[in-house]
Design a protein. Structure first.
Length: 188
């Protein structure tokens, strides 16, 4: 079994999505994993790859690669990052409705790079549509999977954090006001 097959079989067998692999000439084997989309609602934050997920896959891959006699010097397992690449047609289907960066193999009307919202056409075989804004006008670019050089999710970063969350209310027995703490003379 090749190292690629061993990695894919192991990662998918553990219930993860194999996003990509890289192999360097100096023996580094890098594996990018993602969680599969949940069929039932999951707790907030559980849709992201954690250190524990990477550790679990690393331990299993170390055993499998040793048994399969796959040579490597160093193994790294990580999430694909916020700008996750779209590598296979299933990724396009999973992330339809999301903003992506798209680079075509050949230029279309003088451009290779586009950014917009990914939408499926009538069928996956028919291809995909990218809806983007150019010069203040919404436009659509239809493309096939084999016309794509690279596609990545556009990272969504929320620097506002919990700023817009509802304020935390103290229980009534612990609440106090300045009026209840002061005596009749305005002194505490």
């Amino acid at each position: 079994m090749s190292w690629q097959n061993a990695v894919e079989k192991t990662v998918t067998g553990l219930g993860y999505d194999l996003v990509d692999t890289e192999r360097s000439p100096k023996g580094l084997l890098r594996v990018y994993i993602d969680k599969l989309p949940a069929t039932v609602p999951a707790p907030a934050g559980s849709e992201f790859i954690t250190v524990e997920d990477c550790e679990r896959v690393t331990r299993q891959l170390q055993h499998v690669l040793e048994v399969e006699n796959c040579a490597y010097e160093r193994l790294e397992v990580s999430s694909p990052g916020m700008d996750r690449p779209l590598k296979k047609p299933a990724d396009y289907l999973r992330f339809s409705g999301e903003r992506i960066d798209l680079t075509l193999k050949l230029a279309f009307k003088g451009r290779k790079h586009f950014q917009g919202v990914l939408e499926p056409l009538a069928s996956v075989e028919a291809g995909w549509r990218l809806v983007f804004n150019a010069d203040g006008v919404d436009q659509a670019l239809d493309f096939a999977f084999d016309e794509v050089r690279e596609a990545r999710l556009v990272p969504v970063v929320d620097f506002k954090g919990r700023r817009f969350a509802a304020p935390v209310q103290e229980p009534a027995e612990h609440a106090w006001s300045a009026a209840t703490e002061m005596d009749g003379d305005g002194k505490r």
